[in-house]
Design a protein around this ligand. Structure first.
Ligand SMILES: [Zn+2]
Length: 151
């Protein structure tokens, strides 16, 4: 499945930048998030995974979700009940991204005036928009520093 592959590749990029290993268990968490296709929380995901993979640890699931959020591939949702939920930031939804072409870190941003301008532009061109997406590629802060240090 393409989506799984994409998310995993980006996640693995992020992990290697953080000098963390890509592990089977971390990949299982990513797969489960993609398969689930909705927001979830640590305890729920842990139970789902444990049913299939009894060796998986609660701490691993927790940490993987935190890392996914840190990488920008997932976001944390707070509904005010004290439970942190996680949801994959999906393509096709209205999201704007900054993508580092070096380490692959994805940062999500939102700007409603950009959105309005896009809609206006499309409307003027007689175009019916299905998805709005901006992907800006470049170097993240971390990689800029790294690059300037190696010069
Ligand atoms: Zn970078």
């Amino acid at each position: 499945m393409q989506m799984k592959q994409q998310v995993k590749e980006r996640f693995n990029h992020f992990l290697s930048r953080k000098h963390l290993k890509t592990t089977l268990q971390r990949n299982l968490v990513v797969d489960a998030m993609v398969e689930l296709g909705r927001h979830t929380h640590v305890d729920e995901l842990y139970l789902l995974l444990r049913a299939k993979y009894p060796y998986i640890g609660h701490a691993t699931v927790y940490r993987s979700l935190r890392l996914l959020a840190e990488s920008g591939l997932a976001r944390e949702i707070y509904l005010g009940d004290g439970i942190t939920r996680y949801e994959l930031a999906r393509q096709g939804e209205r999201h704007d991204y900054l993508v580092c072409s070096d380490c692959g870190t994805v940062t999500e941003f939102e700007n409603s005036s950009v959105e309005k301008e896009q809609l206006r532009l499309a409307h003027n061109l007689g175009f019916a928009i299905e998805t709005l997406k901006i992907e800006l590629k470049g170097l993240c802060r971390h990689c800029q520093v790294r690059h300037s240090n190696t010069n």
